[in-house]
Design a protein around this ligand. Structure first.
Ligand SMILES: C[S@@+](CC[C@H](N)C(=O)[O-])C[C@H]1O[C@@H](n2cnc3c(N)ncnc32)[C@H](O)[C@@H]1O
Length: 228
């Protein structure tokens, strides 16, 4: 497995799995530079044109990101995904559908989150994160005390964080991590399963969701408004 070491943390996912098609390579040269964000300053420049700011962590091939951006054209969607082939798939969708309101951070989301101001985000999506089921790999899971704390501070009061997983260990991990005493009173939680899941218009499906065979946990954690 390739490792990308950035500052003090390691990204353990795949960076590339196969060669890009000619069209994908062209889009990396022509379209990607217009969408890429490297620092918070790049986001700031786009802000005056949009109402809300939403962040998707690990968008994979970008099905959810593209559909949500299409259905909310007044909002800015920032997608984080280091996997080159995933970004390439998203670029095709953006180009074909002329989507204007997506920006891409092609690195580990944790580094962008650190740069964001407090009370900045209107919503966060963490959908079907890598489960890292082996005990010795638990530290690689995206949801950790630190990431929950970092994202909590960047969410506006009343903003949401949607998390989903079909992996048994990770479903339990989500409930355990958010259920800790240290996070008591910070979020309200709404939990759903396949039958009760919010409609596809409000919560688009991802590639992993479409191929999931096990039960799925869908959770919406909403940052409480002071005094609630
Ligand atoms: C199991 S895939 C799910 C992809 C997509 N969300 C879906 O449901 O189809 C997890 C994705 O998260 C990405 N990922 C893992 N850790 C990440 C991180 N720290 N920052 C950004 N993306 C990350 C991986 O590259 C991978 O594409």
């Amino acid at each position: 497995m390739q490792k990308m070491t950035i500052v003090d943390e390691k990204f353990y996912g795949r960076l590339k799995s196969r060669s890009l098609t000619k069209r994908q390579s062209e889009l990396f040269d022509t379209l990607f530079p217009k969408l890429e964000i490297k620092t918070f300053t790049d986001i700031e420049q786009a802000l005056p044109n949009y109402d809300k700011v939403l962040l998707e962590i690990g968008f994979g091939s970008g099905e959810h990101l593209a559909q949500m951006a299409r259905s909310h054209p007044a909002d800015l969607f920032i997608g984080c995904e280091p996997f080159v082939n995933g970004v390439a798939s998203l670029l095709i969708k953006i180009d074909e559908e002329k989507i204007q309101n997506i920006r891409v951070y092609q690195r580990d989301a944790r580094f962008l989150i650190k740069e964001l101001p407090n009370n900045f985000l209107d919503g966060v999506f963490l959908l079907f994160p890598d489960p890292w089921p082996k005990r010795k790999h638990i530290k690689r899971r995206f949801l950790q005390d630190k990431t929950i704390t970092d994202i909590y501070t960047r969410l506006k009061p009343g903003a949401f964080w949607r998390v989903a997983s079909d992996h048994k260990e990770y479903r339990n991990w989500i409930l355990k991590m958010f259920g800790q005493d240290k996070f008591r009173g910070l979020f309200t939680a709404e939990l759903f399963d396949r039958r009760t899941r919010p409609s596809e218009e409000t919560w688009a499906k991802t590639r992993y969701e479409r191929k999931a065979e096990d039960e799925i946990l869908y959770a919406i954690y909403t940052k409480v408004i002071d005094g609630e």
